[in-house]
Design a protein around this ligand. Structure first.
Ligand SMILES: [Zn+2]
Ligand SMILES: [Zn+2]
Length: 214
């Protein structure tokens, strides 16, 4: 039987991304604390973190945020690495070959390496990204673009610091299984939910990241 909806943060970085401070243990702790059913780990150009993450009760979607020649691109449900610095179309092809789906993250965020709009081959578009500033404006523009392109809509926190996890999440109408969830996203059985990361949390995260770097 289908559940009413699983709450999954589809864009989370861990300390395996050079710009993030979240440990794998904190990912589990904060997902539980925020009442999430699952999480997609999407470190920059590496699967090293998600390969080490183990949880008995969370749905863990293996993912990568790939630095393509034409902006960032999220690959969900991939367990083999996808090389960076390829064209957007070549990257999407490789994601599909690896059995994953390609989600365009922060599509209108010009200052965050938005993915190219020169392709119509995305499987879904992230319309809520909690790190976006100003949040309301970019959420509005992202939703307008996804609606225009007729793409399924997702949400994720783009968390780089554990307390940011779950600031946004996607409600997915699926059974609690990675393949079922990804299939439901592809079909558009999603509701994007969420808010902006509060400034206090943002500043704490920045301060911690700076401290770790020096
Ligand atoms: Zn990004
Ligand atoms: Zn990101």
């Amino acid at each position: 039987m289908k559940s009413l909806g699983l709450k999954i943060d589809l864009h989370v970085h861990t300390c395996y991304s050079s710009d993030a401070v979240t440990t794998l243990k904190e990912v589990i702790t904060y997902c539980r604390r925020r009442g999430l059913d699952g999480v997609a780990i999407t470190d920059h150009d590496t699967l090293a973190g998600v390969h080490r993450l183990q949880s008995n009760d969370l749905i863990v979607i293996p993912g990568i945020e790939i630095s393509t020649l034409h902006g960032h691109l999220l690959a969900l449900n991939v367990t083999t690495p996808i090389p960076p610095k390829l064209s957007i179309n070549e990257t999407i092809r490789k994601i599909h070959e690896a059995g994953g789906i390609a989600v365009a993250p922060h599509p209108t965020l010009f200052y965050k390496s938005a993915p190219s709009r020169q392709t119509s081959s995305y499987d879904a578009m992230e319309v809520i990204n909690s790190a976006a500033v100003p949040f309301q404006l970019f959420t509005y523009l992202n939703k307008k673009l996804a609606t225009y392109l007729n793409l399924p809509q997702t949400a994720g926190s783009d968390s780089h610091y554990a307390p940011e996890i779950g600031a946004a999440y996607t409600v997915v109408a699926a059974d609690p299984d990675v393949n079922e969830v990804v299939g439901a996203i592809e079909k558009g059985a999603t509701i994007p939910m969420g808010k902006s990361i509060p400034w206090r949390v943002r500043l704490e995260g920045e301060a911690l990241s700076l401290k770790r770097r020096i």
